[in-house]
Design a protein around this ligand. Structure first.
Ligand SMILES: NC(=O)c1ccc[n+]([C@@H]2O[C@H](COP(=O)([O-])OP(=O)(O)OC[C@H]3O[C@@H](n4cnc5c(N)ncnc54)[C@H](OP(=O)(O)O)[C@@H]3O)[C@@H](O)[C@H]2O)c1
Length: 267
């Protein structure tokens, strides 16, 4: 069991834009797709996959359970709804999208329900997202570190999230970086621009290669086929130690995602 190094993000993509992005992504070679119940595009992702002709066995599908569906009675039925929309009998990875606000549903309850979903064959692997170290500890207490495939967190050159990443590493939990491109913001950085010019790569390729070289999975999104295609090229980009050190120095606590009422107290 493992997490693909590079997949396709679908946050914000609605209707035809979601179908087009997934179709283009599959055509240029993506085989891992990240969606979520709250994105409102699972059905469009399912439509694009069905039309693509790509075999289900060749795909790695991730979805995420929304906070309203965390209770024991709701989690599995909500995942079954997601599977129907995605037109599949299982996903490869199911994440708890955000911890339950105010701890309304205990971590042990939703992690237990998620483990049950895996036992029922609805998902091959399970994991969490936006979890702090304290919340990861609770999740580990509930199901064991070995059962948690990943913690998907905001992580890019301006927010390197080292404490969480180091704790996850110590527990054998993979980190998936979301917003690796800082929703485009890090692509203007002159340090990244200089590395990209030297390597004849794009800034996006440099940032994605940086994250993958640190051992993180990445799931960049794009509405443009050319960007989708060139982002895949990050798999062939190799940064040297000086490049890695220069990007390490760009960390500035630049968090972009911290929704009020949803975000935990960050590490
Ligand atoms: N677990 C969570 O709570 C959570 C939160 C946020 C995101 N995510 C996941 O992570 C994925 C990635 O995050 P994100 O989509 O918010 O941000 P992102 O991947 O960091 O950035 C996407 C933005 O970068 C631009 N872009 C992409 N490739 C580019 C390139 N080669 N050159 C220039 N611009 C480029 C895109 O614009 P164009 O469309 O113009 O290319 C888009 O505006 C999401 O889609 C979602 O699946 C998860």
């Amino acid at each position: 069991m493992s997490i693909p190094a590079l997949g396709l993000g679908t946050f914000r993509l609605q209707g035809q834009a979601a179908i087009d992005s997934v179709r283009n992504g599959l055509e240029v070679g993506y085989r891992a797709i990240d969606t979520a119940q709250i994105y409102g595009n699972e059905a469009e992702v399912g439509t694009a996959i069905a039309a693509s002709g790509v075999a289900r066995a060749d795909l790695f599908l991730t979805t995420k359970i929304w906070i309203e569906n965390l209770s024991r009675g709701k989690l599995v039925p909500s995942l079954k709804d997601s599977l129907a929309k995605l037109r599949t009998d299982h996903v490869d990875l199911t994440l708890i999208h955000w911890p339950s606000p105010g701890g309304a549903v205990p971590v042990a309850e939703f992690m237990g329900a998620l483990a049950e979903a895996r036992e029922q064959g609805l998902t091959r692997q399970i994991g969490v997202s936006n979890f702090t170290i304290a919340l990861m500890r609770e999740a580990i207490d509930a199901v064991g570190a070995g059962a948690i495939a990943t913690n998907q967190i905001e992580l890019h050159p301006f927010l390197q999230n080292r404490k969480v990443a180091e704790f996850a590493r110590s527990q054998g939990i993979h980190i998936t970086s979301y917003m690796t491109l800082g929703y485009g913001s890090v692509l203007q950085d002159p340090v990244i621009g200089r590395i990209a010019a030297r390597l004849s790569a794009t800034p996006a390729q440099v940032v994605l290669a940086w994250a993958m070289q640190l051992g993180y999975a990445v799931i960049p999104s794009s509405t443009r086929r050319a960007n989708l295609e060139s982002n895949l090229g990050a798999l062939a980009v190799r940064l040297n130690d000086a490049d890695m050190a220069a990007i390490a120095a760009l960390d500035r606590g630049g968090r972009l995602t911290s929704p009020e009422g949803l975000a935990p107290v960050w590490d």
